[in-house]
Design a protein around this ligand. Structure first.
Ligand SMILES: Nc1ncnc2c1ncn2[C@@H]1O[C@H](COP(=O)(O)OP(=O)(O)O)[C@@H](O)[C@H]1O
Ligand SMILES: [Mg+2]
Length: 330
């Protein structure tokens, strides 16, 4: 018991944020309840993003009732590849990524062949609430399949890596690259078995990785180094994430983005209760950074100043960049 307390104290000293502090001091404090639906429903997030001029994977169609399952062939007719997902899903559950057609059937990214009936059955399951928060009836969205930028070829396995940035009041505080593995079936969710890799906020250079709670330096399927990879258009990702404060009105969010080979950076989803594992991937605690942002906001408030997304990104890069982190006081 004493040991546990010691460990906890040591972690707190490093500024590691625990679940209770996240909920009380950040989620409850900065996220107004009535704004949750916009981020908890991926169809609403998409509509809001489009209205704000932010790029998202194109919506091919929505299925809202059993009766509308008949619309499926019409929605899919023009598309060889597509993604089916529950509007209110989480953690990658219930998502099917179809990469191709095969003799009247569908082929997933991992090469599994699925019949049209199986797809219909899956859609019914989504509608019945199998994957939705709280088991409520849900809607199905069918969207453009992202093809990852070739930069990720050696460091991910079948599927799309995503970039998560935690944003407090429009200030990016920590970032992580999530890489699909054979185990995660093309999805970049950590609990599905994806790798989390820290990212230096100043430069977009990757740091060390964690996989199933172990530190790693190489991708388990490709054996390539995950550390030291330069993410392209890093400032673009930072600006996109910072702007999601204005888009959603939520003060504490995880912004998930992907880099499409043709369309560039796209927003995949926003999360109002972002996970805490990002701290392990970055070997750094969130609390010191969030406190720095809160101090910044308080200071600016006295002067009656509010910063633009560009200014907020600059502050974050100067304060939380990897080199800044190595100074003794940090
Ligand atoms: N349009 C898409 N194209 C390709 N892969 C996708 C697409 N949408 C989601 N994915 C994969 O599935 C993962 C989870 O998707 P996401 O929309 O974030 O849902 P969840 O809320 O379940 O995390 C992503 O990280 C990505 O790897
Ligand atoms: Mg996600």
């Amino acid at each position: 018991m004493l040991n546990l307390i010691k460990t906890w104290k040591a972690l707190s000293a490093q500024g590691i944020m625990g679940i209770n502090r996240r909920n009380a001091d950040y989620v409850l404090k900065y996220n107004k309840r009535h704004l949750y639906p916009v981020v908890d429903d991926k169809i609403l997030t998409k509509e809001r993003a489009i209205a704000a001029g932010i790029d998202v994977p194109e919506l091919y169609g929505i299925i809202e009732t059993e009766k509308e399952v008949d619309k499926l062939p019409g929605i899919l007719a023009k598309h060889k590849d597509f993604v089916i997902k529950p509007a209110q899903g989480a953690g990658g559950d219930g998502i099917i990524v179809i990469a191709d057609r095969y003799e009247g059937r569908y082929k997933t990214v991992s090469g599994k062949i699925i019949s049209h009936e199986e797809i219909e059955h899956h859609i019914s399951s989504i509608l019945s609430g199998l994957y939705s928060l709280g088991g409520h009836r849900d809607r199905v969205l069918i969207e453009y399949r992202v093809t990852p930028d070739p930069i990720f070829k050696g460091i991910s396995y079948e599927g799309v890596p995503d970039i998560r940035i935690i944003v407090l009041m429009g200030y990016p505080v920590m970032a992580m690259l999530r890489l699909p593995t054979r185990q995660s079936s093309g999805k970049a969710n950590l609990h599905q078995g994806a790798i989390g890799v820290g990212v230096d906020l100043a430069t977009g250079l990757t740091l060390k990785g964690t996989w199933l709670n172990n530190k790693i330096t190489k991708h388990p399927d490709t054996a390539q180094e995950v550390e030291g990879v330069q993410l392209p258009d890093w400032d673009g990702f930072m600006k996109l994430a910072a702007g999601c404060y204005e888009l959603s009105g939520l003060g504490y969010i995880g912004v998930d983005m992907v880099l499409d080979q043709e369309k560039g950076p796209l927003i995949l989803e926003l999360n109002a209760r972002p996970g805490l594992n990002i701290q392990i991937a970055n070997d750094a605690g969130l609390t010191k950074r969030t406190h720095a942002v809160e101090a910044r906001i308080a200071e600016l408030k006295k002067k009656g100043i509010e910063e633009t997304p560009e200014e907020r990104v600059r502050f974050a890069q100067e304060m939380f960049g990897h080199t800044a982190r190595q100074t003794p006081s940090a």
